[in-house]
Design a protein around this ligand. Sequence first.
Ligand code: B12
Length: 205
Amino acid sequence: MIQEIYTKVLAGESDGVRSAVQKALDEGIKPSKIINDALIKAMDEVGARMKSGEMYVPEVLIAAEAMKAGLGLVKPLLEGEAYAVGKVVIGTVAGDLHDIGKNLVTMLLESSGFEVIDLGVDASAEVFLEAAGKHKPQIVGLSALLTTTMASMEATVKALREKAPGIKTMIGGAPVSQQFADEIGAGGYAPDGASAVDLAKKLIQ
Ligand code: B12
């Protein structure tokens, strides 16, 4: 049944994932085993296929939806089992309304076991700071798709470094790069969703 869940996630079949997860639960398979050995493992494979160019954004989004459908069934059964591997606050910076990439990163982080608080788009440095204080994440992720909003990103990273120095930052979006991350003192840069998950895992170690 674990294999069936894995295959259905890769195929992006939400209904198939739901029924396979239900069958697994009926068979007495532990929720944590379903999450780790089927759902997360499948998303690891999705990440790998995305990196190698075997899967494209729409398929990745559909697989992430299918994974979340399965996760929805097992999550309530975890009985306080420590599940989240880490907490991330994420948002698109002030002046920028692009959110497709950020949403993809959010879904991939969630399906890899992170708890993600999504601040949406056009989020100012103050909004990021307030959320950092309220949710106490290990990581704040910032997205920018416009060259003009790279300045908002820089200002937000600066504000976080000054006022919440214990929190790591990671940045992404088409106009930014590792070089820009180094320049503004961000904790890291990732070029795509799968690498964002790897980076987040590295940052919380
Ligand atoms: C879709 C789109 C829009 C949509 C956005 C819809 C939405 N809900 O997001 C709409 C139509 C609203 C839009 C508006 C505008 N857009 Co636009 N848009 C795009 C387009 C075509 C695709 C962007 C996208 O979604 N890519 C797909 C995602 C999956 O990729 P991604 O965002 O890069 O994300 C990946 C990585 O970057 C990374 N990542 C992203 N975020 C993060 C965050 C973290 C923490 C990490 C680690 C990683 C990470 O992982 C993601 C997944 O792999 C791009 C062109 C392009 N091909 O990029 C132009 C583009 C970004 N837009 C552009 C422009 C100019 C505009 C407008 C100013 C147009 C106008 N004159 O009104 C407005 C600006 C509005 C605003 N204030 O933001 C320009 C920007 C030019 C520049 N260099 O500044 C582009 C490049 C088009 C162009 N060639 O001119 N746009």
